[in-house]
Design a protein. Structure first.
Length: 405
């Protein structure tokens, strides 16, 4: 059964120093090897025993050419979700909904947006988002479409969606409906569903589209998602599911935020061979999050990708916390949670003018030809998330399922 937490926030960042922190062991790249395909455990006990087992013929071993496209490749649409529960957001729910509406309208300036909302909340969502955003009635619990929705892969047989068996980030938040979002969305659009043999979230995946994946050990090799599975076993499943040949593992931090340190708040590909890395502000006192960024910098600086290239690491410093209005202990002040859309980049700004401007200029340099649009998302960030967490792209793929209809 899902664990329901009274008035939970999405992340509980404990910036209290290293004492008691479950910081994963420093590690580098690993090619990994397949092991026995153990069940991911009670959180996803219905998952098949291997990535070759899926709900549709041709979604397994015969479809090994499928792979996850890089985010900067063309999209058919973006999926989002309307935050539903006052028990999660409390009095901040109206402000969070306004942030989501602003993100949806900004994305819709570049590509179609489909926003999932409960039937009794759909009209309000339509009113706030306007006619540029399509609202569909599909029951959700919260706004984190990156994690609850399917992760899309493409190949000669067209489009498929990988269902990563969302379990509330290891049972930390109620998810009766969000655990079914991937299945329900794929059913609605008639897209092949591949049920993963492991449990995780889309925010825990970062690919370059050329065979390389970055991930944190803390959010995958964790008993709250994949009990009894080794890193090598999880890596083998990720390779088969997403069509990658190399996984760069970053230790991350377990047990200190609800996601167990998702990669999309720490390190992102800007293009093959180029990684943007979150860095703490100069006056940030040493803590577990500084250590996590330092470890990532060390690993990425020595890593090569699937093509054998050494990575170029671009550091992007967080804003000055004193300049952020209403910042609390859960606030996710990272510029890394941007979202690349057709012809643009939707990025956060936090009120530190110098840091905001630097982030916009850096992202523009890293994404030539794309317009950078910055949004104030402090209500979402106060819950520990960002723009990337709230969006999920459907890539263009051959076949009728690529249609935007």
């Amino acid at each position: 059964m899902p664990v329901e937490i009274g008035n939970p926030s999405r992340r509980t960042l404990l910036r209290s120093g290293a004492a008691g922190a479950a910081l994963a062991v420093l590690g580098g790249c690993s090619s990994g090897s397949s092991g026995d395909e153990a069940s991911p455990g009670a959180a996803s006990a219905s998952a098949p025993a291997s990535a070759a087992a899926a709900t549709s013929a041709g979604a397994g071993a015969g479809a090994t050419a499928r792979s996850m496209p890089a985010e900067w490749l063309p999209h058919v649409r973006t999926f989002m979700a309307w935050p539903a529960l006052e028990e999660v957001w409390g009095s901040q729910l109206p402000a969070v909904r306004q942030d989501i509406a602003n993100v949806a309208k900004a994305v819709a300036g570049f590509e179609p947006v489909v926003l999932m909302a409960r039937s009794d909340q759909a009209d309000d969502a339509r009113q706030m988002c306007g006619s540029s955003v399509e609202v569909i009635e599909l029951t959700v619990d919260d706004l984190w479409a990156r994690d609850t929705g399917p992760t899309f892969v493409t190949g000669p047989q067209g489009l498929a969606g990988v269902d990563l068996n969302f379990n509330g980030w290891g049972g930390k938040q109620t998810h009766d409906n969000d655990s079914q979002v991937a299945r329900n969305l794929l059913d609605k659009y008639g897209i092949v569903r591949v049920q993963a043999p492991i449990t995780g979230e889309g925010g825990a995946i970062e690919v370059d589209g050329e065979g390389t994946l970055m991930a944190t050990e803390s959010s995958w090799v964790n008993a709250n998602r994949n009990p009894g599975k080794s890193r090598d076993q999880i890596e083998a499943d990720l390779k088969q599911l997403l069509g990658v040949s190399k996984v760069i593992w970053i230790p991350g931090v377990a047990g200190q935020d609800i996601t167990d340190c998702h990669i999309d708040a720490l390190a992102r590909f800007a293009e093959p061979g180029v990684v943007v890395l979150h860095r703490p502000a100069a006056d940030t006192p040493p803590d577990i999050w500084t250590q996590a960024s330092d470890q990532a910098l060390q690993i990425l600086g020595a890593a090569t990708d699937a093509k054998g290239r050494r990575l170029r690491v671009v550091e992007l410093t967080e804003p000055d916390s004193s300049a952020i209005e209403g910042q609390g202990k859960d606030f996710l002040a990272t510029y890394l949670n941007f979202y690349v859309v057709n012809g643009g980049v939707i990025a956060p700004m936090f009120g530190d003018q110098s840091a905001d401007d630097h982030a916009a200029a850096t992202l523009a340099d890293l994404h030539p030809g794309r317009k950078v649009v910055q949004l104030s998302i402090n209500a979402i960030a106060a819950g520990g998330g960002g723009i990337h967490c709230a969006t999920q792209q459907q890539p263009v793929a051959p076949g009728p399922s690529a249609s935007a209809s």
